[in-house]
Design a protein around this ligand. Structure first.
Ligand code: KG4
Ligand code: ZN
Length: 365
């Protein structure tokens, strides 16, 4: 295995078409040589969410251009790549298939090794790309589609301590924005509205705090906000800006309180293992929320644990994390062949019991 590896990463599991090239020489910091992300927000904005068929078609159209652009930006030819890494699940199946087919095409044409990457492993290994964090570390993955605590022990070794049994927090922020007639994506807009709000005016539930462990639930909270909104509308005939702000602030405070307490519990489990460099890292779009971020930072500080939030562009969906996870897997001796298949569901930790909210066909993540 050469000491220096250069890997192309491809990501298309949700609504971002992305390609990136990461280079790493053993003993030094990894380097992102180039990255391209083409979002699809404009295509889905009239539908109130990502439409899988539209997403798949857009990925199929954009992938070749993203790869060509990233190769040109890094000034590399395919023969200079050591491997091609691609998200092969979990995610919206049409998009994942588009990415896998694109990667297989390049691998077959150039003879470059192919590596399938679990999208969640991409997020979970990002602290090693940005900060060379040693194993084991605690990770909170908190996005529009996911919410789980993981102890990351190795490139392919994850222990899930708990997660949401229904909605992900980002999804809840997006739904609350819709309820309050705020624009999408909901997270930043609800956060903005909450700045002028009184979180004490509405007292929303803090779901599952009465239950032991690290599982979470956010769908009942959403219903509580809906009821509060309806009663304000019934009483006053509509929502004022102040009502929007107070409802946003109350909702955000509940999400923060749940993540705060569950992080405390996850840290207790993790720290009981006496990790040599105690680290708590977050990833996912919701980690951009300052209220949530500072609550998590405080919990980490109280437990003498380093807190790490990678730059937002590497916290949200991107291909550099896929290239990096592929590079780590390749270095550990993994490689796939043309039988690599796209998986809509692919839990990172297959040993833990699947989460209540997972569908009939098994745990999504
Ligand atoms: O990680 P991400 O870009 O995509 C996936 O879900 O995979 O996360 C997007 C989610 C959206 O639901 C968005 O509303 C939420 O992250 N988000 C936020 C904030 N910024 C983005 N949620 C709360 N506060 C924010 N500032
Ligand atoms: Zn993601």
């Amino acid at each position: 295995m050469p000491r220096q590896l250069t890997v192309l990463g491809i990501e298309s599991s949700c609504d971002d078409t992305a390609a990136a090239i990461v280079r790493h020489t053993e003993g030094s910091e990894p380097e992102i040589l180039a990255q391209v992300v083409v979002g699809q927000a404009e295509l889905h904005k009239d539908f109130g969410g990502v439409v899988p068929e539209i997403a798949a078609r857009a990925h199929a159209e954009k992938l070749d251009y993203c790869v060509a652009d990233v190769m040109a930006a890094a000034d590399l030819s395919f023969s200079e790549l050591d491997a091609i890494a691609v998200t092969s699940g979990p995610g919206l199946i049409g998009g994942v298939i588009s990415g896998v087919m694109c990667a297989k095409g390049i691998a077959a044409a150039t003879g470059t090794p192919l590596i399938g990457v679990n999208h969640l492993a991409g997020h979970a290994l990002t602290p090693r790309l940005t900060d060379s964090v040693p194993f084991p570390y605690l990770m909170l993955l908190v996005s529009g589609g996911h919410c789980q605590f993981l102890i990351v022990r190795g490139v392919d070794d994850f222990t899930r301590l708990g997660g949401t049994i229904d909605d992900a927090p980002g999804e809840a922020f997006d739904k609350i924005a819709r309820l309050l007639a705020l624009p999408q994506p909901g997270g930043p807009n609800v956060e903005q509205a909450a700045l002028n709000g009184d979180p004490a005016r509405f007292r929303f539930p803090r779901p599952l705090l009465d239950r032991a462990g690290c599982d979470m639930s956010f769908s009942g909270l959403k219903t509580a906000v809906l009821r509060a909104r309806d009663s304000v509308v019934a009483a006053k005939g509509g929502l004022t800006k102040q009502d929007q702000a107070d409802l946003s602030a109350g909702f955000q405070q509940s999400v923060t309180a749940v993540l705060n307490e569950k992080s405390r519990r996850a840290l207790t489990v993790y720290l009981a293992e006496n990790p040599p460099v105690p680290t708590f890292a977050v990833a996912g779009g919701v980690s951009a929320n300052m209220d949530i971020r500072s609550a998590l930072e405080t919990v980490a500080a109280e437990n003498n644990t380093r807190f790490l939030a990678p730059p937002l562009a590497l916290c949200t969906d991107n291909a550099a994390m896929i290239a990096w996870a592929g590079l780590e897997r390749f270095r550990a001796g993994h490689q796939d062949d043309m039988t690599l298949s796209a998986r809509p569901r692919w839990p990172l930790d297959t040993a833990s019991k699947s989460m209540l909210g997972s569908g009939k066909k098994g745990a999504k993540a």
